[in-house]
Design a protein around this ligand. Structure first.
Ligand code: SAM
Length: 249
């Protein structure tokens, strides 16, 4: 039996995703995650960076604007074409599968980034081993992902709501049942995510050889909340997690 056609799902979603990113309509990224990722990553000037599952290239552009030389890799041709069309001189984009980075030499990047893309891949261990391989000794792997507590649920709307649609509480269920989850977006598109327990993902990083420097559960500060009040939900439910990892020297 074949699995979900993730590439086909993203192909259908790509035009809307590109427009959504261009319009700054991603409240999680704009409202809290970008600031956290940039803070965790720190100075990238003159650093070589690979962005695994770079989408239409927004985070590569942000890192390149801070002085990095970036390679963005994505499975989706529409994203790679868009990213190339708007790329600056220190950005490169390649079509590729982050589970098997054929053609990317080992020990060639100071930093690898995965910004909500590991949740997409069926074989997380393969993707993590590839990230480890392409990093120089001492190189860092910074992973922003959906939190395992948020990916577990199988209900269409993870919130239990009152008749007026206000939120009562969030459903956490099926936690130990790892595997695909069919995620609906408001536009009607559906994307397959892969739920894994926290221990599975953490041990996958450790088994590949990474050291865990720090684990972050991003929360908005007052200024970020004023920008995007809906992110107050992050004080109720851990939707995102950032793993700050390093390949030993
Ligand atoms: C949620 S989007 C995030 C995109 C981008 N990192 C961002 O934050 O805007 C997930 C991305 O992972 C890509 N992707 C999924 N599976 C992949 C794979 N096996 N190899 C490379 N990219 C993949 C998708 O095409 C999509 O662009």
């Amino acid at each position: 039996m074949s699995g979900p056609d993730l590439s086909g799902e993203w192909a259908a979603f790509a035009p809307e995703w590109i427009a959504r990113m261009a319009a700054g309509r991603d409240r999680a990224r704009e409202g809290v995650l970008d600031d956290w990722m940039l803070e965790v990553i720190g100075d990238v000037s003159a650093r070589s960076v690979i962005d695994l599952g770079c989408g239409e290239g927004r985070f590569c552009r942000m890192l390149a604007a801070r002085g990095a030389r970036t390679l963005g890799v994505d499975l989706q041709p529409a994203f790679v074409e868009h990213a190339r069309a708007v790329a600056g001189p220190s950005e490169r984009y390649e079509l590729g599968d982050l589970q098997s980075l054929a053609g990317v030499p080992g020990a060639s990047f100071d930093l690898a980034v995965s910004y909500i893309s590991l949740v997409d891949v069926p074989d997380e261990a393969a993707a993590v081993r590839e990230a480890f391989r392409v990093l120089v000794p001492g190189g860092r792997f910074v992973v922003c992902n959906l939190a395992p507590m948020a990916t577990a649920t199988k209900t269409e709307d993870p919130w239990v709501r009152r008749p007026d649609r206000s939120k009562v509480h969030y459903v956490l269920d099926h936690y130990a049942e790892e595997g695909p989850r069919d995620i609906p977006f408001p536009s009607g598109h559906r994307i397959t995510n892969h739920h894994r327990m926290l221990s599975s993902t953490l041990n996958t990083f450790l088994d590949a050889g990474f050291e865990l420097r720090r684990l972050h559960e991003p929360l908005p500060n007052q200024e970020q909340l004023a920008r995007v009040p809906d992110n107050e939900d992050l004080f109720r439910v851990p939707i995102f997690v950032i793993y700050d990892l390093r390949k030993p020297r």
